[in-house]
Design a protein around this ligand. Structure first.
Ligand code: PGA
Length: 254
């Protein structure tokens, strides 16, 4: 049985003060929700403050990105060894990183390997762009992204994959549950080919892209989908709580 997981990606939002306020607002209720792993990913500068507040709770912390080197002359960057004291998870290869910061498959692969090396749990994001989707290339694109991100990665222990169609991120235009389930099923099959059936069966694969309290059920009802990576809706305490709660209830009942 795969434990479902819901991660909130706060992106470049909230000051430290606002982050503290937001996590305080959801802390008590979120802490109580069982049978689901809950991760929040504030900006780097809020990690320490948010980490203090959730200490001793069942809520886990993640970063949104990192460099692949442990240290060095990389002005403005944050390294895996800096993060590992602060948080458990790290989002890697988010489409906004690929699109706006020129992250290639090779860079994503270096980051995945660096995260695993220090004991951080990567949430590896993959997904096709609109034109690729319209050209019927979704499966080909996610396969390519998987192959490059996981090159020389021997074990998937600690890895979660998030399938996020780029055209669905922040657009209010989500995939359907059926579409997402089909692509995630394909991803799982590719993992079985690259590794083996047991590893594929145990790997958690999330959907992301305009997930809300109104559509989360459609996704987590699908057998292949193990939860969600939530952007915009994770910035509203009530919405995020409802998304996590529905996930736990629906997956608990499957
Ligand atoms: P969204 O973002 O929920 O705002 O579409 C999802 C993501 O980028 O992970």
């Amino acid at each position: 049985m795969r434990v479902p997981i819901v991660a909130g990606n706060w992106k470049m939002n909230t000051t430290v003060g606002e982050a503290v306020e937001l996590v305080r607002e959801m802390l008590r209720e979120l802490d109580k929700l069982d049978n689901v792993e809950k991760v929040i990913c504030p900006s780097f500068i809020s990690l320490a403050a948010v980490g203090e507040i959730i200490k001793g709770s069942s809520i886990k912390l993640g970063a949104q990105n990192m460099h692949f080197e442990d240290q060095g002359a990389y002005t403005g960057e944050i390294s895996p060894v800096m993060l590992v004291d602060l948080c458990e998870f790290v989002i890697i290869g988010h489409s906004e990183r690929r699109q706006f910061f020129n992250e290639t498959g090779e860079i994503v692969n270096k980051k995945v390997r660096a995260a695993l090396r220090v004991g951080l749990k990567p949430i590896l994001c993959i997904g096709e762009r609109l034109a690729e989707n319209e050209a019927g290339r979704t499966q080909e694109v996610v396969t390519e992204q998987l192959n490059s991100a996981l090159a020389e990665v021997d074990s998937l222990d600690g890895i979660t994959i998030a399938y996020e169609p780029v055209w669905a991120i922040g657009t209010g235009k989500s995939a359907t549950g059926g579409q997402a389930n089909e692509t995630i099923g394909h991803i799982r099959q590719k993992i079985a080919n690259l590794y083996d059936n047991v590893i594929a069966r145990n790997l958690r694969i999330l959907y992301g892209g305009s997930v809300t309290t109104d559509n989360i059920a459609e996704f987590v009802k699908q057998p292949e989908i193990d939860g969600a990576l939530v952007g915009g809706a994770s910035l509203k305490a009530g919405e995020f709580l409802s998304i996590v709660k529905q996930t736990a209830e629906i997956k608990g009942n499957l």
